[in-house]
Each structure stands twice: as C-alpha cells, then as structure tokens.
Design a protein around this ligand. Structure first.
Ligand code: 13P
Length: 251
C-alpha cells in the first residue's frame, strides 16, 4: 500500500543560520509514524541539512539536478550521483518555476528524469496547468501531456521509482488552493493514465498535491482518495506549520 508523503520545498530561501534554526525545529517535531517526510533545501545547504537531520527519519531531496547522471564538465550544475553520494534521496523534476522562469521543456525534463534515476535519485515529477489553461478547459490535456512525454520516452515502468506532484500553477504562492474536488479530479486522471499502462505502478504511485497547502486546508485535501500527501512551499518554512500538515497526513 502506498504511504502518504509530505514534502517541503524550501525554494530559494534561507541563510546558514535560518536553515540551522529550521533544521533544529524540525528535529524537535513529533512526526506521525507511517508517513514519509521530506525536505528540499537550496542546493547550497543540502549537506548542512543532511547533517543536521541525521538523527531523524526526514528524507532530504534536491530541487534540481543535471541532465547527465555522473560528474563531468557541466559548469554550474550538480550531478544526481553527487547528490546521492552526500545522502540526498529525491529530486524535484519540472517544478513550474523551472519550467516557466528557467524555460525547462518537457524534452529537457525527460533527460533530467532519466539522469536522476541513473544517478541514484528518485524523481518527484511536478505537473500542473496555468490559470489560462484551466480556464480554457485544458487542464487534463496539459497535465496528461507533461506526464505522457516522460512515459513515451522512458516507459511507464520508470514510475515504479518516482513520485508525482500535481501543482496547479495558479495555486502556487498565491493563497489560492485548488478545491479538494478540483485536485482529486486531476489526481484521478493522472492515476488513470498510469493505470491504462500498468495497474501496479498506478496503485503504488504517491500522488502529492501542491499549491498553497497549509495546516488549515491540509486534512481536507489529504482526505481525497487519490491525494497521497502534499508538496508544500511557503508553509514548509515554519516547522510548526509543517508539523501540523504532517499530522494531517498521518490521520
Ligand atoms: P506554496 O505552498 O508556497 O504555494 O508552493 C507550492 C510549491 O510550489 C511547492 O513546490
């Protein structure tokens, strides 16, 4: 049976001192058993956070990794194998901020996804539509294409070692949250797309919702049948709030 997961994407936030304080507060949380908890610090602080959380069960991931699995001549990038070697387990692939601001395309993300797995990381594939796409009735088409491009290139079996996060772009950092039913509808479509190719992969897939999740709305979202937890931005920078979201996933 798939386990719930709550993951905190710290984005480009933090200093050495603020990260140390957040780690300490996370270390002191009493987290529910039976769920996976992960944090994604900025690359610069990954080693620091792995050390600071070493006595906890909290998994540490990266927000990005290179298009090739191993170290080499690729200025400014970090190889999945390098991240894995310091103890990183997960990597976000295709967050909308990287799709929109950095210009990452589905084509590039295929390479990043494959490289992540080859280098020893589990990809967390992020998908989601913009407000204009939703208003044009294209949500399921857009999300289906983002997922489909990876499946077409690499095969559905790669999703036996991956997580998928549905993050509607219009709900990220805006305070607007998809309603539980809106999120459930997209999650059900994602699971159905996987199930049409591999029922076991679909049944085991951890499907996270992201977009203005906070303690006050988490329980309702996580209560939906195809929502297996959350990818949390702003609210993950506060350990108490993040802990409350984790408890909502544990119930
Ligand atoms: P917020 O929770 O700040 O809306 O961010 C969501 C997100 O982008 C997580 O990856």
């Amino acid at each position: 049976m798939r386990r719930p997961m709550v993951a905190g994407n710290w984005k480009m936030h933090g200093t050495r001192a603020s990260v140390a304080e957040l780690s300490l507060n996370l270390k002191n949380l009493v987290l529910p058993s039976g769920i996976e908890v992960a944090v994604f610090p900025p690359a610069l602080f990954i080693g620091q956070v792995i050390d600071e959380l070493s006595e906890t069960e909290i998994i540490v991931g990266a927000q990005n990794s290179a298009v090739q699995p191993e170290q080499g001549a690729l200025t400014g990038e970090v190889a999945p194998s390098q991240l894995a070697e310091v103890g990183c387990k997960l990597v976000l692939i295709g967050h909308s901020e990287r799709r929109q601001i950095i210009g990452e395309t589905n084509e590039v993300l295929i390479h990043k996804f494959a490289a992540a797995q080859a280098g020893g990381l589990k990809p967390v594939l992020c998908v989601g539509e913009t407000l204009a796409e939703r208003e044009a009735g294209k949500t399921l088409e857009v999300v289906g294409r983002q997922l489909g491009s990876i499946i077409d290139a690499l095969g559905v079996a790669v999703f036996a070692n991956a997580v998928i996060a549905y993050e509607p772009v219009w709900a990220i950092g805006t305070g607007l949250t998809a309603s539980p039913q809106q999120a459930q509808d997209v999650h059900a479509a994602i699971r159905a797309q996987l199930a049409s190719l591999d029922a076991e992969v679909a049944a085991n897939m951890q499907l996270l919702y992201g977009g203005s999740v906070k303690a006050a709305n988490a329980a309702e979202l996580f209560g939906m049948p195809d929502i297996d937890g959350g990818l949390i931005g702003g609210a993950s920078l506060n350990a108490d709030e993040f802990g409350a979201i984790c408890r909502a996933a544990g119930n």
